[in-house]
Design a protein around this ligand. Structure first.
Ligand SMILES: N[C@@H](CCC(=O)N[C@@H](CS)C(=O)NCC(=O)O)C(=O)O
Length: 239
């Protein structure tokens, strides 16, 4: 098979960092196109690539007679893994941890991230003293304990092996904390897992290319990185 020709469109300081990380782990070459937020959402150049303007977007121009353009970070991970990596970094139906892999692969965008975003919205709309904020905060707490418990008993989310489930989830505990603060002190399982991620050269290479201005160690610390002020202001909707 000819070498893949992949173009990754990445809106900086965003969940698109998953794709360069995955590609670096798999040693698959790619061209990276970087976009800056304008001021918070996508700039017109990215909307020209994909009408929703949401990143990441992958273009696969390996086969010029059948070019592919797709969004959704989870779908892109699966596409790359199955099309160009013979299933590496995924666990298949024959593996005893198949269901764990699927569950944790989808947990980031299915439960954790929407929960964090709902909490941020509730804070902005009704304030931290309101039971609607507190209900959301409590749910985030349960979701964090759940993942912490998993990582106290397992090296990686799917079990012994590092998989794309870790790639999908990493951003929620690193760069995403620039949008919704989470102090991870006391979450020993999550912190130990972040420590293991910090040792992965592919992770450091990916962030170095995709977001050279990010301070990796801040993202991996218990306290977390500084917030994006423009986002905090935009979310402060409470009259
Ligand atoms: N479910 C999508 C979400 C993509 C998404 O919302 N990306 C954000 C960056 S974290 C974005 O592009 N925001 C800018 C905008 O929507 O204009 C995925 O997993 O790729």
């Amino acid at each position: 098979m000819s070498s893949p020709k992949l173009i990754v469109h990445h809106l900086q300081v965003g969940q698109g960092e998953r794709i360069p990380w995955l590609l670096e782990e798999l040693n698959i070459p790619y061209e990276l196109k970087l976009y800056k937020r304008s001021p918070l959402l996508s700039p017109p150049e990215l909307k020209a690539v994909y009408p929703l303007g949401a990143a990441p977007v992958l273009e696969d121009v390996t086969d010029t007679s059948n070019p592919v353009k797709m969004a959704e970070s989870g779908a892109i991970c699966e596409y790359i893994i199955h099309k160009y990596a013979s299933g590496q970094l995924a666990l298949g139906p024959e593996h005893k941890n198949f269901s764990d892999y699927l569950y944790w692969f989808h947990y980031a965008n299915g439960t954790l991230q929407p929960g964090l975003f709902r909490r941020a919205m509730a804070r902005g709309m009704v304030g931290e003293q309101d039971p609607r904020y507190q209900g959301n905060d409590a749910r985030v707490g349960v979701a964090l304990k759940h993942i912490n418990n998993r990582l106290q008993n397992n090296k990686w989310l799917a079990g012994e092996e590092f998989t794309a489930a870790d790639v999908m989830t990493g951003w929620c505990f690193t760069t995403m904390r620039k949008f919704e603060a989470m102090d991870l002190s006391g979450y020993e399982g999550i912190m130990a897992w972040l420590g293991r991620i910090s040792e992965r050269e592919a992770y450091r290479r990916a962030i170095g290319k995709a977001d050279p201005e990010l301070k990796i160690e801040e993202g991996l610390s218990a306290k977390g990185p500084p917030l994006v002020e423009a986002f905090v202001k935009a979310m402060a909707m409470k009259p």
